[in-house]
Each structure stands twice: as structure tokens, then as C-alpha cells.
Ligand binder design. Structure first.
Ligand code: UD1
Length: 423
């Protein structure tokens, strides 16, 4: 297995470029299943384990993929299987994204139930509710979702989500674009990942009104076309790099971003005392003498993202005062806290809120990654901890951060990847 070995205390400075968004890549790759007419060319796709796992899932269905230099080519001409097996789905919950497109194009799909995850229960009831509204019959048997369409074709409907869900909105969109008639989605997720998926589907020939809002209207089409598409930047990676600079008292510029998408996060950096300058495509962060305790509450976009909560907690261990970090999306997403406390942080958990007492001197030791963003928070803590921090089970981090140690090294961090035997 791989671990990251970090010798803390180096101030980060310089420029770095954001990678393509992982969480946007996954639904747009799934959307290629909607047509068998030719080949898609997707640029700015990050070279990550999750992309490999998703490509493997598509390959299992018979789809041809090739990946080189962050460009993924996908051809769904010969789909031979409509079944997403447990072995692949269990590795990545986003595999559920194949449900909507397979059902809409072929009238049938069998997708393994994803099961729980490291930060609590993650139901898929809203995905299934949306498919049923569009006319699908859903049966759960032997650990699989078995979806079919008794009428032969999905038909437009009104879908009102009681909870804002990125995944369920994505699946509903991908099913509705091939349904007969008009579908309306209320309380749709307005995350940039869904906005980009809408743009992608529109470029394929879909008609969607309300892109970027919580009310979407989709007019179904007979068929869609393959396209060439340039993926957007990874807003969570960009936020993580800014937090890495801030925790070390550094100054960095992240290029290749759209600052608008980072608005809620940048606002919090300013509250914490950082100076933020933006251009159309970059963000520059300058650290203050002393970071100030700053509360955040993770909520659906455009609020502060749950995927930045763990990194913010790490940052707040170095801020003057007590900060409260509340997660209103995933109430149990706090696996990083015991590990941060092992490095010397003073963090308590009260229900869905972490209370961070800062500033605390951290000292390096071995810590264990438990999930993607938790791992990122441990790396951030390692950058400021005295001595050496070893972040074990880095495969969690590799699911979502492209060349993270190369990027941090280029900014001046002392970080290296080493092999180890866990047992
Ligand atoms: C996506 C992101 C993930 C991010 C999350 C919230 C991807 C691949 N993953 O996950 O990184 O943390 O958005 O921004 O893009 N819910 C239900 N029933 C459902 C679906 C969701 O109750 O059927 C609830 C969830 O438990 C959670 C909330 O809705 O409380 C939001 O989850 P959702 O937006 O669906 O998360 P994902 O799309 O799985």
C-alpha cells in the first residue's frame, strides 16, 4: 500500500493549476450511455482511481473507452450488458449514475445496491423515486435494483425532491432527456456538477430549461448525439489547495478556476483573515499573521460544500479561538476528527457539529485515512505538524486528488509517497 510521508512546517508559495472535476466527470461519462451513435471526446478528465473504476464499469457493460493525457474517449455503440455488478459498485457509490441512462436508452437496468459508506447511511431512495415517477418499475432483489419500463418508454413527469440530492438530480436528468414529453424537477440540486451535466446534455441535443437553478424542465428527445466536451475545474481540489496554503501561513495562486463557483469558500477564507484576489480564471490567497476562528455550515450549493468540511476543520486547528463546523448534509461525516486529535488537535463532536479549539500545536505521527476528504484533512494537518506525519491508506486520497503530492511539492511542501505493508 502507499502512504504519504510529510515533514511539516514548510510555508507553501507559488502557482498551481486545478485539475478537472471528478464529481462532474462521473455523471458526464455516465451520460455517454445515452447514445450509441458514435464516440465522445471528453477533455480535462482527471487521472484518478474513481475515473478508472467508472471506466471499468462501462467496459463491463461493453462500452469502449480509452484514456490518454486527460482526454477520455468513450463509445457506447455496443452495450452488451445492462448489469452493474457489486464488485464495481461497492468501490464507488457514483456507479448508481448508470441507472438513469441505461433505463432510458434500453428500457432495463440492473444495478447492485451500493450499501453504506464511511460517513454514515447514504440512501438511494430518491434515485428510485425519480425513476418510478418517470414510469419505471423498480424491484429490489438479491442485492440488486432491477429497473424496467412496463410501457416500453419513460414518460415525462413532475419530480419533487424532498431533499436536494446531486446524484438523484443527475439520474433524473439523464433519464428524462430520452422520456416522451416534458419532465419538471423541483428542488433539483444546483451544484456546478449538475449545471455542467445540463450543459453537456444540451450539447448532445437535449432541451433543458433552468440550468443552474433548483427548478428544471426537460423536454424529452427521441435520440441524442455524441459530442466533444471540455470538463470544468475541480472546485473541491482548488479549495483544498487554498486551505493547504492557509494552514502553512503561505501565499498561493490557483489557476484554471472559475472563482464564482468557490464563492462560499472564499468568503470563509476572508473571515479567517486571509486576503483573496481573483481574476476570471484564478484565485490568489495570502495568509494573515494569525488565522481567526471561523464557523462554517455545510449545506447544498451555493453554501459551503460538505466536501470541504474536513479540510476546514484541519485549518481551524491553527486559528485563534473556537470555531464551530456543522454538516447539514452528512451528519456523521467526522471520521477525520479522532485522527486529527491524535496529531494534537482539540476537537469535540456534538451531534453534527465539530467544535475546534485553536490554535493547537500539532505533532506528527501515523494517521489513517478513512475516506477521501478525511484523508485531505490529514494531509493538511501534516503540512503544519512538527516532525513527520505518515498518512496511511492513501488510496482514499487517490480516488479524488490528481497528483496531489506533486502539486504540494511544487508549492514547497516536503512530502513523498512511499510503499508500506499494513500487516
Ligand atoms: C455528491 C458528491 C459528494 C458530495 C455530495 C453532497 C459525487 C460523486 N459525489 O454525492 O462528493 O459529498 O454530493 O454534496 O458527486 N439522499 C437521500 N436519498 C437519496 C440520495 C441522497 O436521502 O436517494 C441524501 C443524502 O443522504 C444526503 C443528501 O441527500 O444527506 C445529499 O446527498 P447527495 O447530494 O445525493 O450526494 P451524492 O450525489 O451521493
Amino acid at each position: 500500500m502507499d502512504k504519504l510521508v510529510i515533514r511539516g512546517g514548510r510555508r507553501l508559495s507559488g502557482c498551481v493549476t486545478a485539475s478537472g472535476s471528478k464529481n462532474t466527470s462521473l455523471p458526464i461519462i455516465a451520460a455517454t450511455l445515452l447514445t450509441g451513435k458514435g464516440t465522445f471526446t471528453l477533455h480535462h478528465i482527471p487521472d484518478l482511481q474513481d475515473i478508472k473504476t467508472f471506466s471499468q464499469l462501462l467496459n463491463h457493460l461493453g462500452v469502449e473507452t480509452s484514456f490518454a493525457d486527460n482526454t477520455l474517449k468513450v463509445s457506447s455503440r455496443n452495450v452488451e450488458s445492462l448489469m452493474a455488478p457489486y464488485e464495481l459498485v461497492k468501490k464507488m457509490r457514483a456507479s448508481i449514475y448508470v441507472l438513469g441512462p441505461l433505463l432510458a436508452r434500453f428500457g432495463h437496468a440492473r444495478v447492485s445496491l451500493p450499501g453504506g459508506c464511511a460517513f454514515g447511511p447514504r440512501p438511494i431512495d430518491l434515485h428510485l423515486m425519480a425513476m418510478e415517477k418517470l414510469g419505471a418499475r423498480i424491484a429490489i432483489e438479491t442485492g440488486f435494483i432491477d429497473a424496467s419500463i412496463p410501457d416500453g418508454k419513460l414518460r415525462g413527469a413532475h419530480i419533487d425532491f424532498p431533499v436536494s440530492s446531486v446524484g438523484a438530480t443527475g439520474n433524473a436528468l439523464m433519464a428524462a432527456v430520452l422520456a416522451t414529453g416534458t419532465t419538471t424537477i423541483s428542488n433539483a440540486a444546483a451544484e456546478p456538477e449538475i449545471e455542467t451535466l445540463c450543459k453537456f446534455l444540451i450539447a448532445m441535443g437535449a432541451t433543458i430549461h433552468g440550468t443552474g437553478t433548483t427548478e428544471l424542465e426537460i423536454v424529452g428527445k427521441e435520440s441524442l448525439n455524441p459530442i466533444e466536451f471540455h470538463n470544468v475545474f475541480d472546485r473541491i481540489e482548488a479549495g483544498t489547495l487554498l486551505a493547504a496554503a492557509a494552514i502553512t501561513g503561505g501565499d498561493i495562486t490557483v489557476n484554471g478556476v472559475e472563482p464564482q463557483q468557490l464563492k462560499a469558500v472564499l468568503k470563509k477564507f476572508v473571515h479567517a483573515g486571509c486576503t483573496i484576489d481573483t481574476t476570471e480564471t484564478s484565485v490568489t490567497l495570502k495568509s494573515p499573521e494569525k488565522l481567526l476562528a471561523t464557523d462554517v455550515t455545510a449545506k447544498p450549493y451555493p453554501s459551503f460544500p460538505t466536501d470541504m468540511q474536513a479540510q476546514w476543520i484541519a485549518l481551524m486547528t491553527q486559528a485563534e479561538g473556537t470555531s464551530h463546523i456543522t454538516d447539514k448534509i452528512y451528519h456523521e461525516r467526522f471520521n477525520h476528527i479522532p485522527e486529527l486529535n491524535r496529531l494534537g488537535a482539540r476537537i469535540e463532536i456534538h451531534k453534527n457539529q465539530a467544535v475546534v479549539h485553536g490554535p493547537q500545536k500539532l505533532s506528527g505521527t501515523k494517521v489513517m485515512s478513512t475516506d477521501l476528504r478525511a484523508s485531505a484533512s490529514l494531509v493538511l494537518a501534516g503540512l503544519i505538524a512538527e516532525g513527520t506525519t505518515e498518512v496511511l491508506r492513501v488510496y482514499h486520497l487517490d480516488r479524488g486528488y490528481e497528483k496531489i503530492e506533486t502539486k504540494l511539492k511544487s508549492l514547497g511542501a516536503d512530502i513523498s509517497r512511499e510503499k508500506y505493508n499494513e500487516f
